[in-house]
Each structure stands twice: as structure tokens, then as C-alpha cells.
Design a protein around this ligand. Structure first.
Ligand SMILES: CSC[C@H]1O[C@H](OP(=O)(O)O)[C@H](O)[C@@H]1O
Length: 353
């Protein structure tokens, strides 16, 4: 069974409200671009690929209802600009916006408004299928690469945050690699961190693991070093929100310390991400804008205060792992690359940002 985070049929879009999981399964209707903006900002939908897909599908819903009238290109431009501003670190929405705008502008040369709307809707609808296909390739490449280091054994993987069906159109990236290992009968165990401060690991990865029957154990973020030392971790596999030209990777805060710890223990550290999460326009991770989230996300859980009132809070949502620590490789739908190979492997295959 695969969890369905995004329900779409022409003209109608619903998202599984990830803030209510795992205790409530509620699908929320997204009727407009602004609905999607607010859902993305509030993290009802999260995960770099899912953010881009929901953002663009919300535009498709409005276009299906005739939005933009005689000037759909202006409507599309303004909508994409709004959506891209919701969360700054993940690159997928920005990349989709750039590519979609280019498509819309080209189509506007020879099509009337109605035909243009139809063509843009088709482009957007294809994103869903593309993402699932890419994720399956990531899963397969990643599993084969990890298993090549341990020809006969089953493997134990440590992952961070949530990168599964809920964070993508389906299958997942890092969790997709785990899914593929499980399908091959080679997954001994998955360790997932609870992922402070927003607990996507405890709420979402654990939920997916239970739903899919993966052998999985939840740990707190602060147990990672001990787990690496005591539990025979074969590899650490995490997702990404933006991988830049030198391989530096922005991902959920806590990833950097996992990479340092993995290096100390001689455990290969992998990043799994579609090429749509790669940004060759930035040379190093120093240039990535890191989103800082509201203090309440750290000082309370489900509205219940857990910190001393009045304490100062710093709540960056992501950190950057330097490429030197990504020792296993970067797993994409095009293959597995060392950080030093990424730029050459993707040049010519990605549109400029
Ligand atoms: C396959 S999704 C990548 C990514 O999304 C997460 O961020 P967020 O939950 O804040 O949207 C996290 O960094 C994951 O690795």
C-alpha cells in the first residue's frame, strides 16, 4: 500500500494534512494558489518535491476554472511568484516555476488563451508521474549502490526527517531507497530520527514505516551517535532540499551533525534527491538561504508548551552538509555521483535557474 499525500483529478486537488498525522487522516481541499501558498507555509504539505507539485497543481485547478481570462500568462507569472515565496530553501518550486513559465511563454506565441491554459495544465499534470518515476529510479540506484558494498548481507539504514510518499508524489527519495531495499528482501532495519523541532520523523516516517510494514525503530536525534556505534548502521541516507554545484547539501536541520558522526564511525553518508532538487547556479552551500521558522514550533507541541516561557529561540529549519562529508554519494534518478562528479553529470540535463 502506498500512502497518498496528494489527491488530484482534473479541476480538484486535495492534500493530506501532514500537521494532523498520525492521529487524524484529513484531506484538505486546495481550491486556489493562495490555499496552496498557505498550506505550504504552514507545512500542511512539506517536502521539497511535494511543495512544488502541490503549488503547480493548485495553479492547474485555477486554470481549469478559467483563471487569467484573456491574459493567462500574467496570471501564471504572478501565481508562480507567490508560490515560490512560501518557503525559500527548497529549490524545487523555484525550478518548476522557471520551467513552467518558459513553457507558458513559448506556448503563448501560437495558442489562444484557452489552448494555453490546456497546455499548461497538461505540463503540470505530468509532474506527478515524472516525480514517482524519478523516485523509483532513485530507490533502485541507491539500493544497488549500498548493496554493492555488502554483497551478501542485509543492511541497516539510518535516516532523518521524512522523505517518503508524504514528501513527494509517491515512493519517496531517501525513504524510497529504504523501500527498494525492503522490496529486495535486504533491509534488516531502518532507524529513523524523530527530527526535532517539528518531529517529521516520529510523526511521518514512523507512520509510513508502520503502514508499509518496514522493520523500523524510532530514535531521538540525540541518540544518533550511539545508534551508529551500537547498532551496526550500514549507511546513512537522507533527502535534500537543495544540492548545489559543489555537492554541499541543504536538508532538514540535524543532517549536518549526522554526516559528521557518520564520518567518525566510517559509515557511508548518502543524499538521495531528484535532479530537480539540484541547483548548479549556486557554487557552495554558503549561498543557500536557510528558512527560519517561528519559535512556537520549538517551544510547543500541538499547542502544549514545552519550554520555559520567555526563553529566546533560534529555529533554523535546515542546515548545510559540506560535500566532503557526503562520502557515499548523491543518489539521483540519473545515477549515483560523488559530490565532485555532480556538476559534470547534470550539466546540460538541468534548465538554468
Ligand atoms: C524528499 S523531501 C526533502 C526534504 O523535505 C524536508 O523539509 P521540510 O519537511 O521542512 O519540507 C526535509 O529537509 C527533507 O529531507
Amino acid at each position: 500500500m502506498t500512502l497518498e499525500a496528494i489527491r488530484y483529478r482534473s479541476g480538484s486537488l486535495q492534500i493530506l494534512d501532514q500537521l494532523l498525522l498520525p492521529h487524524q487522516t484529513v484531506y484538505t481541499e486546495i481550491r486556489s494558489v493562495d490555499d496552496a501558498y498557505r498550506a505550504i507555509k504552514a507545512m500542511k504539505v512539506r517536502g521539497a518535491p511535494a511543495i512544488a507539485i502541490v503549488g503547480c497543481l493548485s495553479l492547474a485547478v485555477e486554470l481549469r476554472a478559467g483563471a487569467g481570462g484573456d491574459d493567462p500568462v500574467t496570471f501564471i507569472r504572478e501565481s508562480l511568484c507567490h508560490l515560490t515565496s512560501a518557503r525559500p530553501t527548497a529549490v524545487n518550486m523555484g525550478r518548476a516555476a522557471r520551467e513552467l513559465m518558459e513553457h507558458a511563454e513559448n506556448e503563448s506565441m501560437e495558442k489562444n488563451s484557452e489552448q494555453l491554459r490546456e497546455s499548461v495544465i497538461t505540463w503540470i499534470e505530468e509532474m506527478l508521474e515524472r516525480d514517482v518515476n524519478d523516485n523509483k529510479k532513485i530507490g533502485n540506484y541507491g539500493a544497488q549502490h549500498i548493496l554493492s558494498g555488502v554483497p551478501r548481507d542485509s543492511v541497516t539504514i539510518l535516516t532523518h526527517c521524512n522523505t517518503g510518499s508524504l514528501a513527494t508524489a509517491g515512493y519517496g527519495t531517501a525513504l524510497g531507497v529504504v523501500r527498494s531495499l525492503h522490496a529486495l528482501g535486504r533491509l534488516k532495519r531502518l532507524y529513523c530520527t524523530e527530527t526535532r523541532p517539528y518531529n517529521q520523523g516520529a510523526r511521518l516516517t514512523a507512520y509510513e514505516a508502520v503502514a508499509e510494514g518496514l522493520p523500523a525503530t524510532l530514535i531521538t536525534d540525540s541518540m544518533a551517535a550511539l545508534t551508529m556505534r551500537e547498532r551496526g548502521i550500514t549507511a546513512v541516507v537522507v533527502g535534500a532540499d537543495r544540492v548545489v554545484a559543489n555537492g554541499d547539501t541543504a536538508n532538514k536541520v540535524g543532517t549536518y551533525q549526522l554526516a559528521i558522526t557518520a564520518k567518525h564511525h566510517g559509515i557511508p553518508f548518502y543524499v538521495a534527491a531528484p535532479s530537480t532538487s539540484c541547483d548548479l547556479s549556486l557554487e557552495s552551500g554558503r549561498d543557500v538561504v536557510i528558512e527560519v521558522r517561528p519559535p512556537e514550533e520549538m517551544t510547543s507541541i500541538n499547542g502544549v508548551a514545552i519550554a520555559a516561557p520567555g526563553i529566546d529561540v533560534w529555529n533554523p529549519s535546515f542546515d548545510v552538509t559540506p560535500h566532503q562529508l557526503i562520502t557515499g554519494g548523491i543518489i539521483t534518478e540519473l545515477g549515483v555521483f560523488l559530490p565532485s562528479e555532480l556538476q559534470a553529470a547534470l550539466t546540460g540535463r538541468l534548465t538554468a535557474l
